[in-house]
Write a protein that binds this ligand. Structure first.
Ligand code: PLP
Length: 393
């Protein structure tokens, strides 16, 4: 049985180039970048190089790049740091489909009495831009809108929203965790003030993130401590992971055009074949701009957790949406926000491709998936029938 990994929006395999670059910084070049001797200097140089590599991917200055522990930390810091730095403004605007790293921050702020506006999306996952724009007031401290959705891959018009915020003097943050490496960035001339990235979504290890912060904006660091990262994110640098992040950024940049073509053509093939082979399949966000690697589909009358388990028995790793939701039995907040019809919403499947997927992987899944959907549809229908019969007794 061939194992097929199609959950690259959850996490990606560490690229061998990334791992090889990291290794010397564990046992050989293990110095503290703040130390004044050779292995300290070499660690410092490595961090500097990684910062330049990330800046090249983002199209910004190296001193606008701050290393953090993950995408979640960057997201939290962007919002809370903006509120701390601008205490006279308390209003936050975000969307109903953000990752929990933003959504739960916004909800907790709301509980603490901060006014928060959650802008809605339509059935295609498109954002209600009119409402977003009308919601901005002179009390708005920050607008945070994700660049691309982790579940559906739907892309939001970030430059347009950012420009609108800029014209009104409001800080603008975007969670670009899923967009990094899949969409070209040029932050130098963009209206984006703050942006978050996570290493493990682009073939670096888990546990390394980036916060981009435009020079001169009003923002306060959450952590206090040493002078690392210009005192904006104190704490001894995680040198091996920072090195890995830098190499991953360089790889993403150098392979961008080629990978975009390869991954998007595999994804398009996968979707068109699913539509041909499986009846009542509905591609989520089909009428919206989407990431090249993400295929999110709802199968009428199917059962998402049963599909994932069955696919797993065939060696296929997939998910129904966010990896952070899998412990709960709730339907995804993203699909709820998109008002996906009830008969489809529980049959959702996300297949997200990455740099190592091949045409053979896709053909393997295409062979298995019709059986999997059919079996879970039948099992669900039988269960519904048994429950109905029980009620009649
Ligand atoms: N934001 C988005 C859109 C994500 O998809 C994720 C991870 O799934 C995160 C933030 C959190 O990133 P991390 O896992 O590095 O904390």
């Amino acid at each position: 049985m061939k194992n097929v990994y199609l959950d690259n929006n959850a996490t990606t395999r560490v690229a061998p180039e990334v791992r090889d670059a990291m290794l010397p910084y564990f046992n050989e070049q293990y110095g503290n970048p703040s130390s004044l001797y050779d292995i300290g200097y070499s660690a410092k140089d490595a961090v500097k190089k990684a910062r330049e590599q990330v800046a090249a991917l983002l199209g910004c200055e190296p001193d606008e790049v701050f290393f953090t522990s993950c995408g979640t930390e960057s997201d939290n810091a962007a919002i809370i740091g903006s509120l701390w730095a601008n205490p006279h403004k308390r209003h936050v605007i975000t969307t109903t489909v953000e990752h929990h790293a933003i959504g739960y921050v916004a909800e907790s702020l709301e509980k603490k009495g901060f006014p928060v506006t959650f802008v809605e999306v339509d059935q295609d996952g498109k954002l209600d831009l009119d409402t977003l724009k009308k919601s901005i007031t002179d009390q708005t401290a920050i607008v945070s809108v994700m660049w691309a959705n982790n579940e559906t891959g739907v892309i939001f018009p970030i430059e347009e929203i950012g420009q609108y915020c800029r014209d009104r003097g409001v800080l603008f943050h975007t969670d670009a965790v899923q967009a990094a490496g899949k969409i070209k960035f040029n932050l130098k001339d963009s209206p984006i003030d703050l942006l978050s990235i996570s290493g493990h979504k682009l073939n670096a290890p888990k546990g390394i993130g980036i916060l981009y912060k435009k020079k001169g904006i009003s923002w306060e660091p959450l952590m206090k401590g040493g002078q690392q990262e210009q005192s904006q994110r104190p704490g001894t640098e995680n040198v091996p992971y920072i090195v890995g992040m830098g190499v991953a950024a360089e790889l993403a940049l150098s392979t961008f055009a080629e990978e975009y073509k390869q991954i998007s053509s595999l994804r398009d093939y996968l979707e068109s074949e699913i539509e041909k082979r499986i009846p009542d399949a509905r591609i989520t966000g089909k009428n919206s701009p989407r990431l090249p690697n993400t295929c999110h589909i709802c199968f009428k009358g199917a059962k998402d957790d049963a599909m994932i388990h069955l696919l797993n028995t065939y060696g296929v790793a997939a998910s129904s949406g966010s990896a952070c939701n899998t412990e709960s039995d709730d339907v995804s907040h993203v699909l709820r926000a998109m008002k996906i019809p009830e008969e489809y919403i529980r049959g959702s499947l996300r297949l997200s491709l990455g740099r190592y997927n091949t045409r053979e992987d896709i053909d393997t899944v295409l062979d298995i998936l019709p059986k999997v959907v059919e079996r879970t549809r039948k099992a669900k229908a039988r269960r519904a029938e048994a429950i109905a019969q029980d009620k009649d007794k």
